[in-house]
Ligand binder design. Sequence first.
Ligand code: ZN
Length: 230
Amino acid sequence: MAGGDVAGGSAAGGSLCPADAPGAARRLTPGPTEEARGEKAARRGRPGGALKHESSSLALIATVRSRLGRQRDELTDPAALALWLARHEMPPADRPDPTHVREFRALREAAYRLLEGVTEGRAARTGDVELVNRFAAAPPPPVLLETGPDGVLRRGTCPPTPDQALGLVARDLVELLTGPDRDRLHQCEAEVCGTFFVDTSRAGRRRWCSSATCGNRARVAAHRGRTGHQ
Ligand SMILES: [Zn+2]
C-alpha cells in the first residue's frame, strides 16, 4: 500500500491513497539502476544523492552544481527529477514529465533569486513571488492514519503527485523565507559553489555549505597557497 510504503507501516481503517484507486497511476519507485545511481551519488556527498539539507527548497537550489562557475544541472530529465524527489522523501505517485522538470527548474531559479535578495537586503521580484505563490497553492498530499510495527497509531502521508511535490517545496520555501531560519541563511563562500544553507551553529560563523566538500577544498587551496604548490 502506497501510504504504508512511505511511512513504513500499514494504513489503518482501509484508507487508500489516490494512487491505490483502480485506474490510478502506478506509484513510482526507484528501480535498481536509479537506486544504484543514488547510492553512488550519496557516497560522493552530492546534494542530489544524500539528505544533507533539511530544507527541500535549499536542496532544490543545490541541484545546480558549481552555480557560480561551470554550472552543472542535475535535474536534466523526468527520471532525474523522480530520483531527486525519491531521495528527498517525496517519492512521486506518478512519473514526472518534461513540464514538471521545467516547473521545478523555474521554482529553483526563483528560490535562488529570492534567497539572494534576502541575504543581500534587496527587494523581491514580483514575478518570483507570484511563481512561488502559484506553485504553493497546490493541495498537499492526503494524510493517513497508520499502524506501525509496534501497533502504535501514527501519521502517514500519501506519495505526492509531481504537482503536489512542487507545492511541498514551494511551501518549504515560504517557511524558509519568512520563518526563524531567515536570519541564519548564508551563501557558501566557496568560489564557484553558490549554494545557500542555514547556519545552525551557535557562533553563527559557518562559511561553507559542507565542511566535507567546499570546506575541504578551501582548506586544501589555502594550504597550497601557503606552501607554494600548484
Ligand atoms: Zn558550497
